[in-house]
Design a binder for this molecule. Structure first.
Ligand SMILES: Cc1cc2nc3c(=O)[nH]c(=O)nc-3n(C[C@H](O)[C@H](O)[C@H](O)COP(=O)(O)OP(=O)(O)OC[C@H]3O[C@@H](n4cnc5c(N)ncnc54)[C@H](O)[C@@H]3O)c2cc1C
Length: 392
């Protein structure tokens, strides 16, 4: 037994597998075609304790830490879900931690009412699966350079308790269905120091989904371009003045680790499907798996997955122990992304023409996984950051 296989976590794995088989696998192709997952799935995830997994019980979460999230992602993908499904169902993973941090800061300062306001309106409903939260950072002008963002929130000269937002965001996951978007806005001067995070309710007048975006993969996860025209937002929704960049940087490690887990778990699913296919498919009168070249291919897939999983899980454990893991999270993501790219390609190849067909699961993983080296920090940007952190 290790920290991933304690009795509680074995039970969690079982719950997730059952949840996926019961509520997701059969309907996923339809959601892929419709371009979104139903709101009711969030409620079901809330009831099962999955929407609040790894969040503090004090704010309505189910408790646990990143090890539990890792198990959930591994098991969902292993049972036939997809990276897009996980991105769409658990978008709060990138949106809500900033709100939780600010509520805690308010509590620490004795501002109980202001903390309750965030907790009651924007945290507990998400943990229960009654609300959907998105994170809006990327803008049409660019996503990698967060410090250059232009969406602006200014004080209303006639009402100091209100901020007025103007600008645009793009590629925002779950934003078509979201109830609020934790939005990176400029409240101060140029550069990273002028960036704040602001919770913008999507029902606010002036907020619009300017365009629903069509994508290569993650097709069941809705993605939108957003416009903000004189959107009035209570100042209470500001998550610390000019603390936005620091907050984003602090939580990037977790986003990158969950993308790393998505990478190796997608690869593991593709390997499992490919082994089964190679056992059953005959070419030239013999099962594919009888060919040495195919067996060596499978071993290479296994080798890369095992290395990516072992390294990523080690970093996840370090994070759960409270260690600083920024550099190791970058390395884990790069390793798992490369592994996933290699494995999905070999999986499609070994499936032959069937692997190129829309109804094959490996075809979907092949398309879905392409985002992993772009989102949550593009490969080149992460390597550059790693070189700075390593002092090279
Ligand atoms: C399906 C999907 C979902 C997304 N969900 C969200 C979301 O929920 N919220 C959100 O805020 N954003 C989201 N994004 C946006 C994502 O984070 C950005 O696409 C990503 O940060 C890259 O930004 P960009 O697309 O503007 O590319 P750019 O910043 O224009 O960069 C283009 C490419 O240039 C290269 N590059 C960039 N900078 C450098 C450099 N300094 N040196 C060398 N090469 C470089 C990289 O290869 C990069 O991919 C999503 C994107 C997609 C596709």
């Amino acid at each position: 037994m290790d920290e991933f296989t304690t009795p509680e976590r074995t039970a969690l794995a079982e719950t997730v597998r059952e949840f996926t088989q019961r509520h997701i696998t059969a309907e996923l192709p339809q959601w892929e075609a419709e371009g979104r997952i139903p709101v009711k799935l969030h409620r079901l995830a809330g009831e099962a304790g999955l929407a609040g997994l790894s969040y503090p019980e004090a704010v309505g979460g189910s408790g646990g830490d990143l090890v539990d999230t890792t198990i959930m992602i591994e098991e969902m993908l292993g049972a036939g879900a997809s990276g897009g499904l996980i991105a769409g169902l658990f978008t709060q993973g990138i949106a809500t931690p900033h709100v939780i941090d600010e509520a805690q800061r308010r509590r620490d300062r004795g501002e109980t009412q202001a903390a309750d306001y965030l907790e009651d309106n924007y945290i507990r409903p998400v943990m229960a699966g009654d609300m959907i939260a998105s994170l809006g950072v990327t803008e049409p002008d660019g996503g990698s350079d967060v410090s250059g963002l232009r969406t602006r929130a200014q004080s209303d000269p006639e009402d100091p308790d209100t901020l007025i937002v103007n600008g645009a965001k793009t590629f925002i996951t779950s934003a078509i269905r979201a109830d609020y978007v934790t939005t990176a806005v400029r409240t101060g001067g140029p550069g990273a120091a002028g960036v704040s995070l602001l919770v913008i309710p999507t029902a606010a007048p002036g907020f619009t989904v300017a365009r629903e975006l069509d994508k290569m993969g993650w097709r069941c996860s809705d993605t939108a371009e957003l416009a903000f025209v004189d959107v009035r937002v209570p100042r209470l929704n500001l998550l610390g003045a000019e603390q936005g960049f620091a907050s984003l940087a602090r939580h990037f490690a977790v986003e990158r680790l969950t993308l790393a887990v998505t990478g190796y778990a997608t690869a593991q699913r593709c390997l499992d499907l490919t082994i089964e296919y190679a056992r059953n498919r005959e070419t030239f009168g013999k099962p594919l798996i009888s060919r040495q070249v195919i067996r060596h291919d499978l071993v290479e897939m296994h080798r890369q997955i095992d290395v990516a999983r072992t390294y990523t899980r080690d970093v996840v454990l370090a994070h759960a122990r409270g260690e600083e893991v920024m550099t190791r999270a970058l390395i884990a993501k790069q390793t798992a992304v490369d592994t996933c790219s290699y494995v999905v390609d070999r999986a499609v190849q070994i499936h032959g023409g069937a692997g190129y067909m829309k109804d094959s699961e490996v075809e979907r993983h092949y398309r879905d996984s392409r985002i992993l080296g772009i989102g949550g920090g593009a490969n080149e940007v992460m390597t550059d950051l790693a070189s700075k952190l390593l002092g090279y």
